[in-house]
Design a protein around this ligand. Structure first.
Ligand SMILES: Cc1cc2nc3c(=O)[nH]c(=O)nc-3n(C[C@H](O)[C@H](O)[C@H](O)COP(=O)(O)OP(=O)(O)OC[C@H]3O[C@@H](n4cnc5c(N)ncnc54)[C@H](O)[C@@H]3O)c2cc1C
Length: 406
């Protein structure tokens, strides 16, 4: 019996959906399925801004892989991928090596720092469970320090968020709920704390609907957020940031700098020698890497062009999951000896950004705008729908979001 070896790298949205689909679609005799991930849990990246603010405990965000993947059917290898050697069909891990017949690369994203001096060393990024926990604890520690210092030290209380795109705005939305709690906890007057959102584009949520942008800014400003739009982050140091608008520079003291302004594909993809732009590979219609019929690239490591706009689709969980479904289908075809592969066609259902407790905005169903509570409800539906898809009713009841005011 010649069972094909399918190896899936990364248990994010793309890797998890590929795995749970394949375990249902393929018989034991069809293929040996291996899932490799750094941890024994999957986390919902789309909730990490809440963990980073401290408005949601990280245990709500992580899901034990064994709770949704059938380990009698799938080999789970908890290890870190260090290299993909596609010419030898080999994966180098920190603690071993794997070979494959078919590979799925779903290793997600890394922060793009655009060469800004000091950013890598002094700013935090919301990238995984542990980096989110670090941000939460770091900010709380600085609040705890504040009243124990002899001198006034505003850098302990100023929070600078770089980027007012989706992630930056969602994080700032959580901070406006968390900061008053921290102030109460550590005897700090709320007016001493600044939440400053720096964005190079002339608006927040660049590319989004204007009415929704206005709603977002009005709401967040009413909660004390200072927007610095059309402003470039030039430098980050241990004690603050240097920003520039219209040629005028300003220093903002801060030991709480969170960079949420750019992502790129996992650098392992570049190092493997695939042709990529910022770690993202322009994949074929069937989601295979050009020139490699045995390698599928999905999620934030893949780049799919939108033929209508001539621009790539933005990397989202929504797209990663849809790509995973097509990949599972195509792998089934290949291991069963077929060659007619399905083409990936994104079915964009819209996007909804949360703005903290009881607030959100979004566009769904081909253009319907949502504000406030209707957007909050839609966001919960999207989050809960994913849990249902991944692990059925049991997972939904365990991890779902049902309180529309939190
Ligand atoms: C705060 C935030 C909010 C977001 N909100 C939304 C939203 O509302 N809607 C939306 O559609 N998208 C949203 N996104 C984008 C979305 O989260 C990503 O597009 C999505 O996570 C990509 O899925 P993926 O499967 O490619 O990778 P990921 O979900 O990032 O998973 C990658 C996996 O690979 C593992 N891994 C990485 N490197 C290694 C290694 N070397 N060895 C072993 N394992 C490794 C990681 O541990 C992880 O489990 C948001 C992103 C952020 C950061």
């Amino acid at each position: 019996m010649n069972r094909k070896k399918i190896v899936i790298l990364g248990a994010g949205y793309g890797g998890m959906i590929t795995t749970v689909k394949l375990q249902k679609m393929l018989g034991t005799n069809d293929a040996e399925i291996t899932l490799v991930n750094k941890h024994d849990y999957h986390y919902q990246t789309t909730w990490l801004h809440e963990n980073a603010a401290g408005t949601l405990h990280h245990d709500r965000t992580r899901i034990k892989i064994a709770d949704v993947v059938n380990l009698n059917r799938v080999n789970l290898v908890q290890d870190t991928v260090v290299a993909i050697e596609q010419d030898e069909k080999k994966i180098k891990l920190e603690n071993g090596e794997l070979t494959y017949d078919y590979l799925v690369v779903s290793l997600g994203f890394e922060a793009a720092t655009f060469g800004i001096p000091g950013l890598l060393e002094h700013a935090f990024t919301i990238g995984n469970i542990n980096s989110a926990r670090l941000i939460r604890q770091h900010i709380e520690y600085n609040f705890a320090r504040y009243n124990n210092e002899k001198e006034e030290r505003p850098e302990l209380l100023n929070i600078v968020v770089g980027g007012a795109g989706f992630t930056g705005i969602e994080y700032v939305g959580e901070l406006v709920n968390k900061v008053p709690e921290l102030c109460k906890e550590y005897d700090i007057p709320r007016e001493k704390v600044r939440i400053i959102n720096v964005e190079a584009a002339p608006t927040c949520l660049p590319g989004f609907d204007e009415e929704l942008i206005e709603y977002t800014m009005n709401y967040l400003e009413s909660k004390g957020v200072e927007f610095k739009l059309g402003t470039m982050l030039k430098q980050v140091s241990a004690d603050g940031v240097l920003v520039e608008k219209d040629g005028v520079q300003e220093e903002i003291p801060s030991q709480n700098v969170v960079w949420a302004a750019g992502v790129r594909g996992n650098s392992l993809v570049e190092e493997a020698g695939f042709e990529s732009a910022r770690g993202r590979i322009t994949v074929g219609e069937d989601l295979r890497a050009p020139g490699y019929d045995d390698v599928f690239i999905i999620g934030d490591c893949a780049l799919v062009m939108n033929k209508e706009t001539g621009r790539p689709y933005p990397p989202t969980a929504q797209i990663a999951m849809q790509e995973a479904e097509v990949t599972a289908h195509n792998l089934k075809t290949l291991v069963q000896g077929g060659d007619k592969l399905e083409a990936f066609k994104p079915d964009l259902k819209g996007s909804v950004a949360s703005l903290g407790h009881g607030q959100a905005i979004g566009v769904v169903f081909g253009g319907k705008k949502l504000f406030g509570m209707s957007a909050v409800i839609m966001k919960k539906i999207i989050d809960n729908r994913y849990l249902l898809k991944l692990g059925g009713l049991g997972l939904l009841l365990k991890k779902g979001k049902f309180n529309i005011f939190k």
